[in-house]
Design a binder for this molecule. Sequence first.
Ligand SMILES: Cc1ncc(C[n+]2csc(CCOP(=O)(O)OP(=O)(O)O)c2C)c(N)n1
Ligand SMILES: [Mg+2]
Length: 560
Amino acid sequence: MTAATTSPAPGTGTAAVMTTAEATVEALIAHGLDTLYALPGVHNDVLFDALFRAADRIRTVHSRHEQGAAYMALGAALATGRPQAYSVVPGPGLLNSSAALLTAYGTNAPVLALIGHIPQAAIGRMLGHLHEMRDQAGIIQRLVDFYARIHAPAQAPGLVAAAIAAMGSGRPGPAALECAIDVWGLKAPVPAIARPAAAAPAPLDEDAIAAAAKRLGGAANPLIVAGGGAQDAAAEVTELSRLLQAPVLAFRRGRGVLDARDPLSVTLPLGHELWGKADAVLGVGTHLHIPLNQWGVDDDLAVIRLDADPEEPARFRPPAVALVGDAKPILRRLIDLIPRYNRSRASRRDEMATRQAAFRRELARLGPLADFLEAIRAALPEDGILVEEVTQMGFAARVAYPVYRPRTYISPGYQDNLGWGFATALGVQDARRDVPVLAISGDGGFMFTASELATAIRHRIPLTTIIFADGAFGNVRRNQEERYGNRLIACDLANPDFVRFAESFGAAAERAHTPAELGAALSRAFKRRDGPTLIEVPVGPLPSPWEFLRLPRLRGRSRP
Ligand SMILES: Cc1ncc(C[n+]2csc(CCOP(=O)(O)OP(=O)(O)O)c2C)c(N)n1
Ligand SMILES: [Mg+2]
C-alpha cells in the first residue's frame, strides 16, 4: 500500500484556532476513528477535555488497567482491519500497555498509541517529574515502526495522518505519538484538517507475477499457505485454490481465509501431510515459520512468497519468487495469468474429503478438547467471532475448530501472549456489536485482565467468555510432568469462584460441566446483548494437543 495522500475536507477550508488536543481529536475523527480506548491521568487531562467536547463524534471507552485499553484497541483493529487508537499516561502507563503494543506489532495490527509526556522542556533531563522514564521515545521506537512527538497544534493533523498512513503501508502495524503535558493545551491556528483520500494503488511487478504464475501453473502439487496478511484477500485465495486445486493451509491468523467447509481448507496436521509432497508453495502474508523452520525445505520445493514487507520473503532463505505488496491485487493478477500456464488438473475434492474424514477421526484423541470445541462451533453463528487464548483449548482450536469466514478467528499469532484474550475480545465485541463474540480462556490467562469485567459492565459490552478452569497453568504443568520427572513448581492456581466473581460485577454467569451444558449456556449468552456473560467450565487434566501441533521434519536438513 502506498502512503495516503490528503485533500482538504469539504467545509473546513480555513484555519481555526485550536489546542493541540483539539487538533489531534479532530484529526482522529477525520480519519474515521469513532472510538478511543483510554485510561486518563494528569498528563492527558487536556486531551480528555477535548474528547469530552467531541463525545458526540468519538466515544471514549475507559478501561481498568492500561493493558486493557491497549488490548481493546488491538482487538478492535484485528476484528475490523481498520485503524484504532488508545491513549495512556507516560512511563508506567505506556509500559502497562506494552505487551499489547508488542502483540500489535506481531499481528500487523493498525493500532495508534497516544502517549502523554512530562513537560516539554524537561524531557531528557531526569529531574524526577511524575512518570518520567529514561528515553521514553527510544523505548517506544523499539516497539513501533512509526513514532513522532507533537510539539504544536498545527503539527497534530499532519502527524496523525502520517502515523495512520504508516500503520497501513508496507508491513502494517502499530504507531505511536507522544505529546507533552504542557503542549496538549497550546492554542494556535490549525490549517484545515485534511480528510485522507484513498491511497493510489501500487504498481504491480508484472515480471514477478508472471514468474509465479508459471511456477504455480506448472506445479503438480501446489500448496497455498495463508497467514494474517491474507485476511482481506479471501475471495482471491479461494479462487486461486480452485484454479490450482491447491489446498490452503492456515494455522492461527490465516484461519477462515478459505472456509473450513471446503475440503481443500486444512490446518497443521493435514498441511504437514501435504508439505512433504508439495513441489510449489505460495505463502500469502505469512512468515511460513512452522513449515520452513520445523517441517523443512529442499530444492524440489519452489517457495513463492507474497508479502507486504519487502524484507520478509528472503528472511529465512531466498524465495523462488517474491511478490511484494497488497495480497488482493497481486492475487487477482495471478489468477488472470495462471490459465496461460496451468496444467490440466483433476479435482482433488474427493481425495481431500477422504483425508479430512481420516483427520477428524484422529481428532477424537483430543477427547473433551474436541467435544467442547464442537459444542462451541454448533452454538456460535457462522459470522460469530472466536477469540482464542494461550490455553490447551486454544491450542486445540487452532487445528480442530472450523472457521468459516475471514476475521472470525482472532489469535495472538507468534507472540502467543498469555492473558491477552479477554481484554482483546472486549475490543473485538465493542467494535463488532453486530455479531456474537466468544472469548475462550484458561483460568491462568483470564486472571491477567479479569478486572476488565468492570469495563464490560460499564460500557455494556455483550462479550461471552468461557473459562476452562483446571486449577493450573495446565500446559506448563504437563511439561513438568512429562519432561521434568513430575517436579511440579509454580503451576498450581488458587482460583476465585468464577461465577460469584462475575456476578459481583453484575455480569451474568453460570457453570457448565459438559459440552451439552456448555452449548445451552452459550445459546442463552448470545441472546444477551446488553452486558457480558461468563461461563465457568471446570475441567480435570486434559489430553495433550501437542501431537497435532509439533510435527516432525519432512524435508531438508536441520538448520542450526
Ligand atoms: C505472557 C506469557 N507469559 C507466560 C507464558 C507461558 N505459558 C504458556 S501457557 C501457560 C499456562 C496457561 O494457563 P491457563 O491459562 O490456565 O491455560 P491451561 O494451560 O491451563 O489450559 C503459560 C504460563 C506465555 N505464553 N505468555
Ligand atoms: Mg488452566
